[in-house]
Design a protein around this ligand. Structure first.
Ligand code: NDP
Length: 240
């Protein structure tokens, strides 16, 4: 029977590429999203991938959704914590909401979703979790104390949970993408984007499929001995 995967923020950007790649590999994929109903509908119609709307920052919603999706599709074997947002400002101008929103959606979500799937994975002796971090959580970034803290926190979470689950057939890894050609990056002002690209040794932005292929490998049986690691995929921009 096909393994069941949840990809948070799985209908556009990097998440879309991950959902499609896992679907093509034969997994039963559920792509979560937050607000773009029309986009989700079109994505599902085009790909045949199930979509489901909830806020990954809401602990109760995550527990309830995972329970109902498990009943409908089968227990969750694979969790890709991909949903993320930015609310940039230098600290001296950052309001509490920008801090709280980013920590809630980018980091508390990882607790919320992992907590929802962990017991079933432990009982069944199999699980794969991949957390999508960021180069900015490794290197730091001007205007992103909130985002960098959340993404760096995700790495500590990954290592700790990997230790807790290693003997249970569960692997937990992170991927730290560099600058990838998505709406999040396209929204950056062109003059700043040119400067960013000039700092990437490979000389271009990454493609969403380049992250998706790494996720596909990490969730496969071939990657059973890889746990607690952070895979850096950034065109050589920062060598962690
Ligand atoms: P996008 O902005 O293109 O997509 C984000 C996705 O997350 C959307 O599907 C969105 O749903 C969903 N989402 C946002 N908030 C919530 C929420 N509260 N609950 C559920 N879903 C939510 O992001 P990217 O593809 O650019 O980024 C994906 C991940 O990769 C993020 O974690 C990001 O931090 C990380 N990353 C991205 C880089 C890049 O260059 N793009 C570089 C490094 C890391 P909806 O569609 O409904 O809005």
């Amino acid at each position: 029977m096909a393994r069941v995967a949840i990809v948070t923020g799985g209908i556009r950007g990097i998440g879309e590429a991950i959902s499609v790649s896992l679907h093509e590999a034969g997994y039963k994929v559920i792509a979560n999203y937050a607000s773009h109903d029309e986009r989700a509908k079109a994505f599902s119609a085009k790909t045949g991938i199930a979509v489901s709307k909830w806020d990954v920052g809401d602990f109760t919603a995550c527990q309830e959704k995972v329970a109902s999706l498990s009943k409908e599709h089968g227990p969750i074997d694979i969790l890709v914590n991909n949903a993320g947002i930015t609310r940039d400002a230098p600290l001296h101008k950052m309001g509490y909401d920008a801090w709280d929103d980013v920590l809630r959606v980018n980091l508390s979500s990882v607790f919320n979703m992992s907590r929802a799937v962990i017991n079933s994975m432990r009982e069944r002796g199999f699980g794969r979790m991949v957390n999508i971090g960021s180069i900015n959580g490794q290197a730091g970034q001007f205007g992103q104390v909130n985002y960098a803290a959340a993404k760096a926190g995700m790495v500590g979470f990954t290592k700790s949970l990997a230790l807790e689950t290693a003997s249970k057939g569960i692997t937990v890894n992170a991927i730290a993408p560099g600058y990838i050609d998505t709406e999040m990056v396209q929204s950056v002002e062109q003059s700043i984007l040119s400067k960013i690209i000039a700092r990437i040794p490979v000389g271009r932005l990454g493609h969403t499929q380049e992250i998706a292929r790494a996720v596909r490998f990490l969730v496969s049986d071939d990657a059973a001995f890889i746990t607690g690691s952070t895979l850096t995929i950034n065109g050589g921009q920062y060598m962690a």
